[in-house]
Ligand binder design. Structure first.
Ligand code: PMP
Length: 285
């Protein structure tokens, strides 16, 4: 079935939806994005995704395409038009269309806005049941990973390296410490049941699911440390997992060929995922 997508004010069949070859997103990766999960046709963590979008735009001195109420309306229209029960909505804003020049175009240039849905059910993700196997890889991305830009080539290369190694994902390591996964934030559970995840900085994306999982950990009265950890520490942890809007709280059972804990999804990860899903559904829009 052809999807209805949103492009710059119009709802169109996907075959008819186009952007200009002069779009700065296409030429310079001068664009930011958000991915919002849909469960039971409702949007998970929508206000937090919009707050991060605003922050990304501000950091890049890019104009907003419209206000948040309009963005909510577009999200909902696409969910309805494409009959999305469980899936996601992808949103991308670029600096707009201008003659190719490294300088930003005139301040009045209209940003391009594109949204589309994907119907892949995140709940059906096999890795949630089996746990993921990850490899470590040097972090060679640019330094502003806190801005959610569409410069995703290095993460894409890392995913391919993981696939070639027979693994499911890669964890980026810099100066000996784990930053995050290719498209997720990384966590370990120490032997004394403390949750550890890297502190926020420009080194990592400020994950919406990371923030939600921290709130869940508080509900569960778990001890949390926001600090860097090494691959060696992760290998000797009792559990490991990653968080992202589309993978929720996903167990990691192997790092660089070493089994983590019992080599199967652990109880803390499972509990956290359950609470996360429960809380997210309650707050869904
Ligand atoms: N880090 C990176 C590099 C990501 O691409 C993502 C997914 N957008 C995340 C972390 C997780 O962020 P969120 O929980 O907001 O999906």
């Amino acid at each position: 079935m052809s999807r209805t997508v949103y492009v710059n004010g119009e709802y169109l069949p996907e075959e008819e939806a186009t952007v200009s070859v002069f779009d700065r997103g296409f030429l310079f990766a001068d664009a930011v994005y958000e991915v919002t999960t849909v469960l039971d046709s409702k949007l998970i963590d929508f206000p937090a995704h919009m707050a991060r979008l605003k922050r990304s735009l501000k950091e890049l001195e890019m104009g907003a395409p419209c206000d948040e109420a309009k963005l909510l309306e577009i999200h909902r229209k696409l969910v309805t038009a494409n009959e999305i029960g469980n899936g996601l909505v992808y949103l991308q804003v670029s600096r707009g269309v201008a003659d190719r020049d490294f300088h930003y175009p005139e301040p009045g240039t209209k940003p391009s806005l594109v949204l589309f849905t994907q119907s892949k059910d995140p709940i059906e993700n096999e890795l949630l049941k089996t746990g993921a196997r990850v490899i470590s890889i040097e972090d060679q991305r640019w330094g502003r990973r806190d801005i959610k830009t569409v410069q995703l080539l290095y993460p894409s290369m890392a995913k391919m390296a993981a696939q070639k190694a027979g693994a499911d994902d890669a964890w980026f390591v810099e100066d000996g410490f784990v930053n995050e996964g290719t498209s997720n934030n990384t966590w370990i559970v120490t032997k004394d049941n403390t949750l550890v995840t890297r502190n926020l900085s420009t080194s990592i994306l400020h994950g919406i699911t990371r923030a939600a999982a921290l709130r869940c950990a508080e509900l569960l009265q778990m001890k949390v440390e926001e600090r860097p950890f090494t691959i060696e520490e992760a290998k000797s942890a009792s559990e490991a997992f990653f968080t992202s809007a589309s993978a929720f709280v996903c167990p990691v059972v192997e790092i660089d060929g070493s089994s983590i804990g019992k080599g199967e999804p652990g109880p803390v990860t499972t509990k956290l995922r359950e609470i996360y899903l429960e809380e997210s559904r309650k707050a869904a829009l």
